[in-house]
Design a binder for this molecule. Structure first.
Ligand code: AMP
Length: 214
């Protein structure tokens, strides 16, 4: 099963993708994670995109489609792909359809996660991530444990994303509404779209997604 998690920054796509990976033997393909890995390893592409990411703008279609193409063509064994943060433009959506078809695969569902803007801002400005395994914490709803150790890997270093500040967030939200939200109509027209409320406890949202998929 191949699915897309679609939603604005802070909707919980990464959190739910990690749950699906654990429970369904799927592989998470997050272009945001791939781009952050490229910038922290100092590759020429990583250096080129760093400023764009920090401003909260979208990286070019060519770069992100290239990243996804590389992974899909590597032919890794999986119970399916979860596309997290990709596609973000209509050109990316068309490219994904073509890439999957080349591999003899199809898209099974697009889950749109709906969360209102005030909640997105509150979530993102309180967010931190385990530097070792990427587990996501939130000062309000899921604080870092008192012993200072990540519940998943025991890591003790936590970072905040450079683009998780109010200025870039405003740009990221605008990019979502202008460039990514047209995908809602695109996938609705194809009959692939399922809309799920992204508000509430992580486990409540997990259950809504499971219901939509099963
Ligand atoms: P994310 O982790 O998905 O919030 O992505 C962080 C940043 O990486 C975005 O604000 C963009 O600058 C860039 N990015 C991630 N995925 C894409 C994509 N599919 N298309 C263009 N830019 C992307």
């Amino acid at each position: 099963m191949n699915i897309i998690l679609l939603g604005p920054p802070g909707a919980g796509k990464g959190t739910q993708a990690r749950i699906l990976v654990e429970q369904r033997d799927m592989v998470q393909l997050s272009t945001g994670d791939m781009l952050r890995a490229a910038r922290s390893s100092g590759t020429p592409m990583g250096n080129r995109v760093a400023e764009v990411m920090d401003r909260g703008e979208l990286v070019t279609d060519e770069i992100v489609i290239g990243l996804i193409r590389e992974r899909l063509e590597s032919g890794e064994a999986t119970g399916g792909y979860i596309f997290d943060g990709f596609p973000r433009t209509l050109a990316q959506a068309d490219a994904l359809g073509a890439l999957l078809a080349e591999q003899g695969q199809a898209l099974d569902a697009v889950i749109e996660m709906q969360v209102d803007d005030d909640e997105l801002v509150a979530r993102i400005t309180a967010r931190s991530t385990c530097a070792n395994c990427g587990e996501v914490y939130n000062d309000i709803s899921r604080p870092i444990p008192e012993d200072g150790k990540c519940t998943e890997c025991g890591g003790t270093e936590f970072t905040r994303r450079a683009d998780d500040n109010e200025d870039s967030l405003r740009t990221r939200l605008m990019a979502y509404y202008k460039q990514t939200s047209p995908l809602i109509g695109y996938y609705h027209a194809k009959g692939d779209l399922v809309t799920v409320a992204g508000l509430g406890e992580i486990d409540e949202v997990r259950a809504r997604i499971a219901e939509a998929l099963d």
